[in-house]
Design a protein around this ligand. Structure first.
Ligand SMILES: [Zn+2]
Length: 115
């Protein structure tokens, strides 16, 4: 192979890698959106269950009581430790820079009982 062909081949590889890198970036953004949607739905689901449970307890007090707040904190804590925001500020988006003070204070509030 001549040297200039070799050079052309390396250049074409470089272009391909550039395109792949771009595709990877796009996939990553799509995956991030999907994960965020998934967790927003999980949170939504969690909130709806909590409301249903509150209504159920008001409506029928003689049923055996579970602990909806403790359970809720477990779920939210799990979402948080899986790397998602549970705070109102960044609700459902991925945590990318370590702990979030809003989330932690939200969790603490919940652990303390009433909001
Ligand atoms: Zn947060």
């Amino acid at each position: 192979m001549e040297r200039k062909d070799l050079f052309a081949e390396v250049e074409s590889m470089e272009e391909n890698i550039g395109r792949l890198y771009e595709q990877l970036g796009q996939l990553k953004r799509q995956l991030k959106t999907l994960l965020e949607d998934h967790y927003k739905l999980s949170l939504e689901n969690h909130n709806l269950r909590e409301r249903l449970q509150e209504r159920g307890e008001k409506g029928d007090l003689k049923e055996g009581k579970t602990n909806p707040i403790g359970e809720g904190v477990d779920n939210l804590g799990r979402l948080y430790y899986e790397g998602f925001h549970i705070c109102n500020q960044y609700y459902g988006s991925m945590r990318q820079e370590g702990d979030c003070l809003f989330c932690l204070s939200f969790l603490n509030k919940r652990l303390g009982g009433k909001e």
